[in-house]
Design a protein around this ligand. Structure first.
Ligand code: ZN
Ligand code: ZN
Length: 341
């Protein structure tokens, strides 16, 4: 099963409209769908329309899972088109509210950082880290951007490492170390003798910032479709033509893990798994005016589940059980280093 990866040239305005329609079909998932619609509108450059969507979500704030994240995204968007005072006021409100969600802290701190408010960005990252990482032995993946962003800002401020910076270095697994990536000498020491190189470094740091921002609000998490054993059996009994896609349940599980590893090794961020059920797949096919027997619907079904906020992040957190439902730790199940053939 190949995930339905988004094309380079997405019509963001059309995608936003499609997501808004889908939100009408699945009101229980409206928050995830409308946040993604707003991200598309931002990418389309229609920031006022994105603000209108954030306001629409915030008008029913009590029903939101993560109102602080919506407010942070709204502030970040507002600041991008000249509404600095309003953005600052919202960010101050988020800091006061002390949300338990790392993404709200990261978006707020990065909004400050991208407008050169490094001290305030540092304070915001630190407040978030203190709240979410005090006495936490294994920081969840969702908190890594908090540590990496804090590390970046502290390097730019020329502050020496503390324990959280050391932790950030240990958690960062890409080929380039965080210290190399965030080396302030590469940024600031160049100022006098090589402005071109300085400029290039700033562009690179900004790009890194953009990558984190994109990973958090990426319009579509790249999700692979997983059928639990009983659902797969039911699916193939009802629609035998789909057997061409799935030779066995065991092979299906191995293919999921292999696809995700391939995507991860090619640098695709924000990977996940969505679990299908036959009734929800049939309902999806009906809403598309198509037959469940059509295999081309499968990736669209996965994408729609992901857009509805149903994706479970992959890989699982260290020590967590495997995504396949075996109940065994991921490291000794589908997470074993050897490829599963
Ligand atoms: Zn470091
Ligand atoms: Zn497994």
């Amino acid at each position: 099963m190949r995930p339905d990866t988004p094309a380079e040239n997405v019509d963001h305005t059309a995608e936003a409209a499609r997501l808004e329609r889908t939100a009408g079909l699945y009101p229980e998932d409206a928050e995830a769908l409308l946040l993604q619609a707003a991200a598309h509108l931002e990418l389309a450059g229609d920031r006022p329309a994105a603000t209108a969507l954030y306001d629409r979500l915030l008008s029913s704030e009590s029903s939101l899972d993560n109102p602080s994240l919506v407010r942070a995204l709204k502030a970040s968007n507002l600041w991008e088109y000249g509404h600095e005072a309003e953005a600052r006021a919202i960010i101050d409100g988020i800091r006061t509210a002390s949300p338990r969600d790392p993404a709200a802290w990261v978006i707020a701190a990065e909004a400050l950082e991208s407008h050169d408010e490094l001290e305030a960005a540092h304070e915001t990252f630190t407040e978030g880290a203190r709240l979410l990482l005090t006495d936490v032995p294994e920081p969840p993946y969702s908190t890594h951007p908090l540590l990496f962003g804090r590390h970046r800002v502290r390097r730019m401020l020329g502050v020496s490492h503390d324990d959280w910076d050391t932790l950030a270095d240990a958690l960062h697994t890409s080929a380039i170390t965080l210290d190399e990536l965030h080396d302030p000498k590469r940024v600031w020491a160049l100022g006098s003798d090589n402005p071109a190189e300085l400029k290039a470094e700033i562009v690179r740091l900004r790009a890194e910032l953009g990558t984190y921002r994109e990973a958090l609000s990426r319009p579509f998490p790249v999700a692979v479709l997983h059928w639990p054993a009983d659902e797969l059996a039911e699916l193939l009994e009802a629609y035998p033509s789909l057997s061409a896609e799935y030779s066995s349940h065991e092979q299906h599980l191995a293919t999921i893990e292999a696809s995700l590893r391939e995507l991860a090794s090619s640098g695709t961020p924000n990977l996940g798994i969505v679990s299908g059920t036959v009734p929800s797949y049939e309902a999806f096919a009906a809403s598309e005016g198509s037959s469940p027997a059509d295999p081309t619907l499968l990736p669209q079904y996965a994408t729609t589940l992901a857009a509805r906020g149903r994706a479970v992040a992959w890989p699982p957190q260290k020590g967590a059980v495997c995504w396949c439902g075996s109940g065994n730790p991921y490291e000794t199940c589908h997470g074993t280093p050897a490829p599963l053939d």
